[in-house]
Every structure is written in C-alpha cells, then in structure tokens.
Write a protein that binds this ligand. Structure first.
Ligand SMILES: *Cc1c(COP(=O)(O)O)cnc(C)c1O
Length: 373
C-alpha cells in the first residue's frame, strides 16, 4: 500500500463499501441469461410517472447550465406538502444525502451513534466512516426496532440515533405512541433521525403508522428523511430530502454540496409529487403484489417478516445462499440478507403481478433443486 493510502482516515480504511443489488445487465453478463428481472432494490416496478419523465426530459434543454443550487421551487413544494417552512427542508441526492449530512455535521471521532440490528446498512457505514462507535441494539423477537432498548443505549456520547420506519430490510415499523414516547426520551443534544423512505407504502398498509414530520415543532432535535427513489419511481435520478428545525437544516445545508440535486431530478420530483394517479396506481400494485407474495409464501410453507414497505423478507428454510444462486440462474435477482444478520433470509421487492408470479415459480424450482421441498 502506498503511503498516501495509509493516511486515509482510520474509519474509512476499515470500511466495507455498501453492496447494492445486482444490476440486470450484470446478471445477464455473468449467468448468460436474458430477460432477467430485478426485485432487489425496492424500486417502483412501474418506474417513473409519465409526467415526471416528461419534466426530466424538458429539463435537459437547460443541461448546459447549473441547476438551481437552492432548489427553490422543489423546496417550496415540499414545504407546502408538509406544512413547514422552506428553511426546514434540506434537499438531497437521494435521502442518502441528508442521512450522510447528519453524521457529517454532528458526529466526530469517538462519538457514538445508535441504531438497531438488521437496520439499513448506510447507518453503520456512515458511522464507521466518521470514526465513531456504532452501537447496534438487538432487535425485538419480530426483527423490529426495540425502542425501549434503543433509548436505554443512548449515552452522553451519543450524537445521532437512527430509526428506520419502516425498516429496510425487515419491513417492520414502530407505531405512533411508541415512536413519540421514544422521541421524548432522546436527549435534546442528540439528533433523532427518523428515516421514512417507505412512508407512503406504510401509510397505505397500516393505519397506526406515524408521520414523524408532523412532530417537528415538538422536537427541535428531530430529522425526518424522505425520498423520491421508492414510491415516486425516481431512484435513477436521485432526489430526496430532510425535514427538521430551521436551525438543524441550516447546519445540514452548510455541508451539502452546492448542486447536489440536478435539474432533471428537481423537475421530475416536482412533477412526481403532483401525479396523484401514478402514486395511487403504484400503491395499488404494491398492495395487491404484497398479498400475492404472502399467499405464495404461505402456500410454500415459508415464513416471512410482516412488512409495511414495498418488499418482503422471507426465510428460505435454511441458509439462503443456495436458493439465492438458484434464483439468479433463473434470471430472478433478490437480495441476500447475510450482511444484515439474517443468513436464512432473502428480500424480495414487490413487483407487478407477472413479476411476482415469475418469482414464485422460480422459487419452486430453487427449493426443489436445493432439496428443501
Ligand atoms: C432506499 C432507502 C433510502 C434512500 O435511498 P435514496 O435513494 O438515497 O433516497 C433510505 N433509507 C432506507 C431505509 C432505504 O431503504
């Protein structure tokens, strides 16, 4: 290793990079299959709304000039949507951005960051990169966040606590009363981050799913993150945001790269927010697809973790590796969960009816080939 590499920050040297879902083109190249489907990254199977695509295409006319670095129109639209001031919005290149800004702003080497076992992989990654100590709190018996234990794990060195609601990859959620009580227990000088990447799906599937963005006035140390990557179908364009007190947003915006959300992404996000039909259709496809997958798994005698997202994590009845491989050979990409502490599980994104059918058929073959049925 060259001297310069040895000078890398200690946290970064020990880091294993985030492993995204396998792209379709890569699978087709490696396995020589055509016609593969990817149900591995929780994307909207309907893609972007036609209105968002048109808006993004129109924005290309201005591709030669910098985008609006302050994101004036989009910030105002988001602020209106949540009934907050534009000064409370931090735009992100996906919601990964505000999550990273939170750690960058508040966490220094030696600090502690609290998150749950089986939680979103970005939290430990950001924590480690910052040279901080990640405190992983054991999950409940149902693989959910144990908010009692998480509150108890906060010390005077805890700068950030992450709650993914619902959580990816487990699809579990915490309810309204429990989350509010938890936020009341987070010390005022610890940032409480509630990651609501799957907000709309959860709202659709569960009446007791809380909207933490409604509590910003009550908790000046609260940051709520949302994204256009999931329900809005804009994962490839990269847009998301954080909502917080204006004071916290001001700090987050100081580390935000000046043009982090490009012009087509800003335009598409604005259009996507207004496309009620596409959003409603997407939710319906998810609701029906979730029921279809649950019924299919039940028929096959497989257990799953009840989910309020657009994905379902199920137990393959043994180590998931072989089943995952057998699915890949049939051109079906799911996400293995070993790195999340769930070596028996695979996560499937809910697809369109035909995608789900194909997954279930491929699963039959995979279970037979691996001698599990
Ligand atoms: C997908 C996801 C995100 C956001 O991803 P972006 O594309 O960066 O918006 C954030 N949190 C969780 C839990 C997710 O699953």
């Amino acid at each position: 290793m060259s001297d310069i590499c040895e000078r890398a920050a200690a946290g970064v040297r020990g880091l294993a990079p985030y492993k995204p879902g396998k792209p379709v083109a890569e699978l087709q190249r490696e396995y020589g299959v055509s016609d593969a489907i990817k149900l591995a990254s929780n994307e909207n199977p309907l893609g972007a709304s036609p209105r968002a695509r048109e808006a993004a295409a129109a924005a290309l006319d201005e591709a030669g000039v910098y985008p609006d670095g302050g994101g004036f129109a989009l910030r105002r639209r988001i602020a209106d949507h949540h009934g907050v001031a534009p000064e409370q919005v931090t735009l992100g290149n996906g919601s990964s951005d505000p999550l990273a800004f939170a750690v960058e702003v508040f966490v220094t080497p030696g600090d502690e960051v609290v998150y749950s076992a089986h939680a979103f992989a970005l939290y430990p990654l950001l924590t480690q990169a910052a040279g901080a100590r990640g405190v992983e709190v054991p999950a409940t018996a149902g693989y959910g966040h144990d908010l009692e234990a998480m509150a108890a794990a906060i010390t005077e060195r805890t700068r950030v606590v992450f709650v993914a609601n619902p959580n990816n990859p487990t699809g579990t959620r915490v309810g309204t009363a429990a989350l509010r009580a938890f936020l009341g227990r987070v010390p005022e000088d610890t940032l409480a981050v509630v990651d609501e990447a799957y907000f709309e799906y959860a709202r659709d599937l569960d009446p007791d799913y809380p909207d933490a963005s409604a509590w910003l006035d009550d908790f000046p140390n609260l940051l709520v993150t949302r994204t256009f990557s999931k329900l809005h179908g804009l994962a490839g364009l990269r847009a998301g945001y954080g909502l917080s007190s204006a004071a916290v947003a001001d700090l987050l915006n100081r580390v935000r790269p000046p043009f982090n959300v490009n012009a087509p992404a800003q335009a598409a996000a604005l259009a996507a927010m207004d496309d009620d039909d596409h959003l409603a259709t997407s939710l319906a496809v998810n609701r029906e697809g979730m029921a279809q997958l649950e019924a299919g798994l039940r028929q096959r005698g497989l257990d799953w973790i009840p989910s309020v997202g657009n994905f379902l994590t199920f137990d393959t009845g043994g180590d998931a590796g072989e089943v995952h491989e057998a699915l890949l050979r049939q051109g079906v990409i799911l996400r293995p969960m070993g790195e999340y502490g769930l070596p028996r599980h695979l996560r499937a994104t809910v697809g369109r009816a035909a995608d789900n059918e194909r997954l279930l058929a491929a699963l039959d073959r995979a279970l037979a080939e691996t001698g599990r049925r």
